[in-house]
Design a protein around this ligand. Sequence first.
Ligand code: GRF
Length: 205
Amino acid sequence: MSVVVLISGRGSNMEALLDAGLPVSAVISNMPAAAGLAIAARRRIPNRIVSHKDFVSRDSFEHALAEAIDAYAPRLVALAGFMRVLTPEFVERYPDRLLNIHPSLLPAFPGLNTHERALAEGVKVHGCSVHFVTADLDHGPIVAQAALPVRREDSAESLARRVLKLEHVVYPRAARWFLDGKLVIRRGAVSVKGNDAQLVFDDSP
Ligand code: GRF
């Protein structure tokens, strides 16, 4: 019942999964310099690099990535700031067991620079989403979301900081639900057995 976490950088969501006591069996990064690798090493979590730059094609990279993942036979594959777009073939290898954390209230603002775009649109509520990964980028069934009010004085940086705190709450919660077999996907929508609280509000002053 283990989790393999895929990262590309800082690794704070990965660390939140570890802090929550989730059974992470390995951390894999496509970026050799990812700071998260050192965190994993310090915490004695097996960690590996599968650098996309070492492969001539996306297919051969994904093949190696899948081999590295499958060596741990995880129940769940959790993307945590993993910055490579995955092909439909890869996604289909892990049906309904590939989760991602995205820094916006999906389906608003898929893709990059979510905080800048949220500010530019003048949205009043912003947040993050944990969703199942499908071939459609940032559009899979939503497991849980966390939201906060956008403040007049917010910058993209302050919003990113505030939303990240919520990410660290909501991702471990969603991953735990998954491992406990509580997530039900029906017609593209997720419900949690015995739990209606799939939305967390930030009510800090
Ligand atoms: C997070 O904001 C996550 O939502 C996004 O990339 C960022 C990764 O941060 N996908 P970290 O590496 O988990 O600290």
